[in-house]
Design a protein around this ligand. Structure first.
Ligand code: PLP
Length: 334
């Protein structure tokens, strides 16, 4: 993965806007040693035609981040709408005219040895230009890894706790070294949980299936978007239930969902073709709808988005486009 120089990007740190190169924490910071931080990830999509950068469901992300930080007893003073305002300000100060990724992180900030956390908390919001996380245009090859998904009673996986991402890092490393694009975690009981950085859906016999939140998954916001799109647009209900590993090999379609991966079809799993081995119609349609919705092209889902620049006056705005045919190659890899 290429490392880009973001040192001049303006970030929110210590209650002020500063260049990233000045946002520094001590080597003794509690969160660095013990993983006692909680983060989130939000996408912002630049739409050239509307000259607008849309943040995708920022209120939901900030609410989740604040609630999950409470599991570690980390307090984040601003409410979700103030945090949205901070993010809009970051977009404007950085003059972003490209897709971005927003990374809020809250952490135990005491500078001392000793694992017992105290009440010293800090947070930061970082936004950087960001393109594709995985190139899923032609479908991914996913592999079940030997690492098991962390148990809620060990480290709650639903909380996006910094330390718990060692689990995802080990899984991603193993998957990549074994030639896979993304890892699939099983739970200690042997059920399918999720990817290393994403939730998972299967299509079997015309039904959309996904592991329930009780399977140690992160309760993904993209997962919720897909459940809504599937129900509203495809009239498909989603069944949340335990999924066996062998169901991966019998599925007609599999896809991952996540802020970074978006909707990523899986066409091979553990060296076996998924269905026909090509991207299936449900995955293609949901991906198309999600990308259209998150770029502000579908009025019905506009409430998911927060525009960051002043809106064009209505007379200058172009008409909403007709929904292009599903499978229109233009949207792949935007
Ligand atoms: C382990 C894990 N599961 C699922 C997801 C997907 O969650 P969301 O759709 O809210 O980005 C992520 C990404 O944040 C993740 O890290």
């Amino acid at each position: 993965m290429k490392t880009e120089d973001h040192s001049n990007v303006i970030v929110y740190f210590g209650n002020e806007y500063v260049p990233l190169r000045e946002a520094r924490v001590s080597i003794l910071t509690h969160a660095l040693h013990y993983g006692t931080g909680v983060f989130d990830g939000i996408r912002g999509y630049w739409d050239e035609r509307q000259e607008q950068l849309f943040l995708v469901r920022p209120m939901e992300h900030f609410r989740r981040w604040k609630a999950n930080s409470g599991i570690l007893r980390i307090g984040i003073a601003p409410d979700a709408s103030t945090l949205c305002g901070i993010t809009v300000e970051l977009v404007r100060r950085n003059h972003f005219h490209s897709h971005i990724y927003v990374r809020p992180v809250a952490y135990k900030s005491a500078e001392r040895i000793g694992v017992v956390p105290d009440e010293l908390d800090a947070f930061s919001v970082i936004a950087v230009p960001f393109g594709d996380y995985l190139d899923s245009r032609h479908g991914l090859h996913a592999g079940v890894v030997s690492w098991r998904r962390i148990e809620d009673n060990a480290i709650p996986g639903r909380a996006k706790i910094c330390g718990s991402y060692v689990n995802s890092a080990l899984a991603s490393d193993e998957a990549r070294r074994n030639g896979f694009d993304e890892a699939i975690f099983l739970t200690e009981e042997g059920h399918v949980a999720e990817g290393a950085t994403c939730n998972i859906f299967l299509v079997r016999g015309g039904k959309l299936i996904t592991p329930s939140p009780a399977e140690n998954i992160l309760e993904g916001i993209t997962r919720n978007c897909v459940i809504e799109l599937a129900h509203t647009e495809l009239h498909l209900d989603v069944i949340e239930r335990p999924v066996d590993r062998s169901e991966l090999y019998l599925a007609d379609e599999i896809f991952f969902t996540g802020t970074a991966v978006e909707i990523a079809p899986v066409t091979r799993v553990d060296h076996r073709a998924v269905g026909s081995g090509a991207i299936g119609p449900v995955s293609a349609e949901l991906r198309f709808l999600y990308l259209e919705a998150t770029r502000g092209h579908l009025p019905h889902y506009r409430h998911w988005l927060l525009p960051t620049f002043d809106l064009k006056p209505p007379e200058a705005a172009e008409p909403e486009p007709e929904l292009a045919a599903v499978g229109d190659g233009d949207l792949w890899g935007v």
